[in-house]
Ligand binder design. Structure first.
Ligand SMILES: N[C@@H](CCC(=O)N[C@@H](CS)C(=O)NCC(=O)O)C(=O)O
Length: 217
């Protein structure tokens, strides 16, 4: 049995925040890629996480199911690093705020759009899905204004807040929500996509998915 933190995830899901943070922080993890959605395709996973959602981090007795919290945890597990902003440091409050904002305020409407317009098209709720897409675009205003004259969200350096918000922008591109994303946010995303740690994280997740597909034949 490995003593490494175990990260259960699905490739390119919100778990990418955690895989990416582990790569940036140099924390070794045991990455376990599941088929999506695990609730139906890996029902034994419900014994570990009754929500059926990914990601799930298991680190000894610790169990975590929130992608942004896991990213922060991995960046600070062995003490504060430059990937986080420490209490007392400038932008500590903003660091907390953008890290929570990423999923609670930005990704939330994205997922409702995905559900109604991509995964459950037959339910007749596409109009509502498109309204959530608009809502997502409107909600980008805060990040957009914050990045005016800044390269990164907090403390003049790349932090977990950029991982958490950046993932929402990466998701927007992959699910057809890019039309309402401004050019300045697209440039920010392009800068993030150049990071070797993100590229390694995506390659690890893709390799896990490929292995699953090969096993399924
Ligand atoms: N707030 C949680 C949300 C987790 C979540 O809903 N994950 C999605 C994947 S991105 C999922 O597992 N969906 C499958 C399901 O709900 O069955 C987080 O940030 O990790």
């Amino acid at each position: 049995m490995s003593d490494l933190p175990i990260l259960y995830t699905c490739a390119r899901s919100r778990g990418l925040r955690a895989t990416w943070a582990a790569e940036e922080a140099g924390v070794e993890i045991d990455l376990r890629v599941l088929p999506f959605p695990p609730r139906y395709l890996a029902p034994e996973y419900l014994a570990l996480n009754p929500l059926g959602t990914v990601p799930l981090l298991v680190d000894g007795e610790t169990r975590m199911t929130e992608s942004c919290a896991i990213a922060h945890y991995l960046a600070t597990r062995d003490g504060y690093t430059a990937l986080s902003v420490a209490p007392g440091e400038r932008d500590y409050g903003e660091y907390c705020d953008y890290t929570y904002h990423a999923d609670a305020t930005i990704t939330f409407p994205q997922t409702v759009y995905m559900r109604f317009c991509l995964f459950e098209k037959d339910k007749g709720l596409q109009e509502a899905g498109h309204a959530y897409a608009k809502w997502f675009h409107k909600r980008l205003v805060k990040v957009e204004q914050r990045l005016e004259g800044r390269e990164f969200l907090c403390a003049d350096r790349f932090t977990v807040a950029d991982i958490c918000v950046g993932y929402a922008l990466i998701l927007a591109q992959s699910v057809g929500l890019d039309e309402g994303v401004s050019d300045s946010l697209k440039s920010y995303r392009a800068r993030l996509l150049e990071r070797p740690a993100l590229q390694r994280a995506m390659a690890r997740e893709d390799a896990g998915l490929k292995a699953l597909e090969n096993k399924a034949g």
